[in-house]
Design a protein around this ligand. Sequence first.
Ligand code: ATR
Length: 274
Amino acid sequence: MDLYAVFGNPIAHSKSPWIHARFAEQTSQQISYEARLAPRDGFASAVAAFRNEGGRGANVTVPFKLEACALADRRSARAEAAGAANTLIFDERGITADNTDGVGLVRDLAHLGYTLEGSRVLLLGAGGAARGALLPLLAEAPSSLTIANRTVEKALALATAFQPEGRACALLGCGFDALQGSTFDVVINATSSSLSDDAPPLPQGIYAPGALAYDMMYGSDETRFMQAARELGAERLSDGLGMLVEQAAESFFLWRGVRPDTQPVREALRGTLA
Ligand code: ATR
């Protein structure tokens, strides 16, 4: 039985053990996957102890994603670009860090019927979640990608940092005020505002006909961002539950070389939230 775990603090709420247990059943993989609480100042030693127990890989969540990326011996391009890792692979070569969050987002958008090529995309937020999504979003070749953040300087810095990857599309950074008069096909909330039952202030007319409002957060109820998007006329709304399942599926693939079917797992997980 190969050992995997998710490290975080807090971790009790994590849905990852449940998701990976479904993937393992579905693909007949013999794995054990558990949630492990790491002390805030003890992530590296918790990972080392797990490797000594025979751990083959790990997921990493708040607040350890930056540290996970830094402690690895090797990093994928998407982990390097994000400066954060949610997936670690342990083998004879040491620790490899990857980041499957952004690709999870892009796959979930595709499930919802939104291919981003040629689309006008608005990414709200300039923290870790936004940073993790940028490279995979740019890889889809949207016609424009606008990063808007409460602290304008952070949006500008992110747009500058990712400029080389964004050559094919217009990559812009701005504050929320500057969105007046702009229209988008896909608006992604990568701020943590929903945690405080808040939403970024967006102007009327921001949602194009048929546009999608996507919150990376999820819960049993619609997030504040989704409610605000409905009021602003967004035709499609989604929370980030599908992204959670898709990022897990990509981690599972990295570890096991097998792609689980995410659809039944997404549906079952939604049922457990209700
Ligand atoms: P995460 O890893 O979840 O991205 P983070 O790195 O702390 O967390 O970033 C939080 C993001 O949410 C930031 O973009 C933050 O905006 P600031 O850079 O201006 O702080 C944004 N954010 C948090 N609460 C918000 C709110 N109530 N309204 C708008 N943006 C908010």
